[in-house]
Design a protein around this ligand. Structure first.
Ligand SMILES: Cc1cc2nc3c(=O)[nH]c(=O)nc-3n(C[C@H](O)[C@H](O)[C@H](O)COP(=O)(O)O)c2cc1C
Length: 278
């Protein structure tokens, strides 16, 4: 029988994960813990620095595509209890495309805006989205690799929550191989109808929370992906989360600097043939 500390499971001294790079396992674990000293002790906000933009800016002449307004959604009628019960990671997608309404719904469910609070000058000071976020800081941008969405050319896109629009980064077909390669050969990530690629802009959360921010960001992306899983379940969509990806390759695909903004998580999504209620 295990007794004492070892009962919780300790990494053996010989485990190969020790020493994979310049950080020890102990250093990596620090970020999972909180301490009282972390708690907003010294932050950019307290030092009077201006808050970063709540959404990444884009060129004013960039091509944008209107999404279907949440007020007009006809999808998503399944009971929450059924969606939770039926959720699975699904990697086998049919060739069917998502409709624009379905994509709009998935984007709204994961990062859509539910409320904007403004100051007396009309400047948005706080935003609330469909998912929770520590201090309502919402550190994520949603990038998309679109392969099959009715009426939308295959290519790379970014969701603009404030406008509820798609920003066209680049219309380009044949991205499957590149995305699969960026995910260490996981072909479902490249063969999806849409692959959601979430990037973090850590300073949005660090500005308010200081050095506990990284832990919050890591937690919060799970909320986002879980909403995708559940929303997709209601439209005969299948989702599979992906954490196995090549950081440098995916950052490069979307032109992210890998320092102030970088990919933190992915999820492939597509229509599935199986009935939603097995
Ligand atoms: C953080 C995280 C990372 C994951 N990364 C991958 C991945 O890279 N490739 C993959 O095929 N599945 C990945 N998955 C899906 C898991 O394999 C899946 O959730 C698990 O097998 C349990 O199955 P279920 O989701 O159907 O309950 C990931 C899931 C999570 C939560």
């Amino acid at each position: 029988m295990l007794t004492g500390l070892s009962a919780v499971g300790a990494l053996p001294a010989s485990d190969p994960v020790r020493g994979v790079d310049e950080m020890s396992v102990e250093q990596r674990r620090v970020f999972l813990r909180g301490t009282l000293a972390d708690w907003r002790e010294d932050t950019s906000e307290k030092r009077g620095h201006e808050a970063p933009p709540i959404q990444k800016p884009y060129p004013p002449d960039a091509k944008r595509i209107d999404l279907v307004s949440p007020a007009k959604f006809t999808v998503g009628g399944m009971r929450v209890i059924d969606a939770i019960r039926d959720r699975r990671s699904r990697r086998d997608y049919s060739g069917e495309a998502f409709s624009l309404e379905e994509l709009s719904y998935l984007l709204w469910a994961t990062q859509g805006i539910s409320r904007l609070d403004q100051d007396e000058h009309g400047k948005v000071v706080t935003q609330f989205r469909m998912v929770p976020s520590g201090g309502a800081r919402h550190p994520f941008e949603t990038y998309l690799v679109i392969n099959r969405v009715a009426g939308v050319a295959p290519g790379l896109y970014r969701y603009l929550p404030l406008e509820h629009q798609l920003l066209v980064i680049r219309e380009e077909g044949g991205l499957s191989k590149r995305v699969t390669g960026s995910c260490y050969g996981q072909s479902f990530a490249g063969n999806s109808a849409v692959t959601f690629v979430w990037a973090a802009i850590p300073y949005r959360t660090e500005w308010h929370y200081g050095c506990i921010a990284q832990k919050l960001i890591s937690i919060e992306i799970g909320h986002v992906c879980q909403n995708l899983y559940l929303a997709a379940e209601t439209i005969r969509g299948g989702v599979c989360a992906v954490s196995g990806y090549n950081q440098a390759r995916l950052d490069a695909l979307f032109g992210l600097d890998g320092k102030d903004e970088f990919v933190v998580y992915l999820a492939a999504a597509g229509k599935v043939n199986e009935a939603p209620h097995p």
